[in-house]
Ligand binder design. Sequence first.
Ligand SMILES: Nc1nc2c(ncn2[C@@H]2O[C@H](COP(=O)(O)OP(=O)(O)OP(=O)(O)O)[C@@H](O)[C@H]2O)c(=O)[nH]1
Ligand SMILES: [Mg+2]
Length: 334
Amino acid sequence: MKFIDEINICVIAGKGGDGCISFRHEKYIPYGGPNGGDGGNGGDVYICADKNLNTLMHLNFKKIFQAENGKQGKSKLCTGKKGKNLLIYVPIGTIIKNKINKKIIGKMITDKQTILLAKGGIKGWGNNHFKSSTNRTPYKKTNGTLGEKKFINLELLLIADVGLIGLPNVGKSTLINIITSAKPKIDIYPFTTIIPQLGVVYIEKKTFIIVDIPGITKNSSKGHGLGHKFLKHIKYCKLLLLIIDIKFLNKLDIIKDIKIIINELNLYNKELLKKSCWLIFNKIDLVENKKIHSIINNIIKKINWEDKYYTISCLKNKNIKFLCNEIINFIINK
Ligand SMILES: Nc1nc2c(ncn2[C@@H]2O[C@H](COP(=O)(O)OP(=O)(O)OP(=O)(O)O)[C@@H](O)[C@H]2O)c(=O)[nH]1
Ligand SMILES: [Mg+2]
C-alpha cells in the first residue's frame, strides 16, 4: 500500500444561483407584478476528520474538489435550490494550510471535527426584490457570486502515544505484531517496513496507540536508506522506544548502534530527545548469558543513559507484557 502523507488540492465552493426575471401572467391580470425568485446559495466546502482513515491516499486521484452550484431562481417566486456542501474526509492528525500564504487553517485533533475551507457564493436576487412604487415592472435581477476558491496543503502527522524507532531488522515490526492487531511484514532483510504502521494496544480496558517507523540508518539525514521523512510522525508521541538488537552482547556494536540512532534523531530535530525515551534491548533469546544484565548495565553507564531501559525477546515473548504495563502506566500518568 502506498502511504501518502502530504498532498495539495484545490477547493472551489459552489457559485450562488442567479435571480430570475419573471412577471405574473394570470387570467384577468395580463400585466401582473414581478415574481422572479432568488437563486440558491452555493455549496460550501468543508474538511472533516475521520478516525477510520490513516493516510491521505484516497485524495490522491483528484486534485480539484468542487461543491455544487446554487440553482437559479424561477418564476412564481420559486427560490433556487441551495448547492450541496462538499465534505472532504481526512485522518485525525492532518494539518491544513493555505498553500499560497502558508498559514495554518486548522489541525484535525478529534473525530468528526469539521472546518470550513471555502464559503459558497451568495445567491442572486430575483426581480421581485426590485419592485417599487415608481417601478412596477423591474427588469432587474442580480447574479449569484462566485464561491471561494483556495489552494490547500494537507499534511498528515500520525497521532500515536508511542513511537518505535530503530535500525532496520531489530524487531520493531515483530513487537507491534505481537502486541497489536496490526500485521506489518516481518523479514530477515533490512527495510522490510517501508511505511509507518499504526497499532492499538489493549490491556485491561486501557489502550495506547503505537507507531512502527521504518528503520533509520547511519546517514538517514543524508537520504540514505529510507531517509528521515517518516520521523515527522513521532512528533506527537509521548514516549519513544529505541529498539536495539543486542547483537550477541557485543558491547561495542551495541553502543555504536545506540549512538547512530541518537545522532540521527538529533540531526532530524533536537527537540525529539527531550521526550521520554526508553532503550529496549531485543533478541535476548539469542544469548545464553547470565551476565546479560551486568553487560547491559555497563553499557547504560558508559553512555550516561538516564531514562529507563528494558530487555525483551519479541520472538519468545519475554518481558513483553511487563513492558506494555510499564508503557500503560507511563501514558496514563503523562
Ligand atoms: N531471535 C530473535 N529474532 C527476532 C526477535 N525479534 C525479531 N526477530 C527477527 O528479526 C528479524 C527482523 O524483524 P522485523 O520485526 O522485521 O524487524 P524491523 O525492525 O521491523 O525491520 P525493518 O522493517 O527492516 O526496519 C526477523 O527475522 C524477526 O523474526 C527476537 O526477539 N529474537
Ligand atoms: Mg519492520
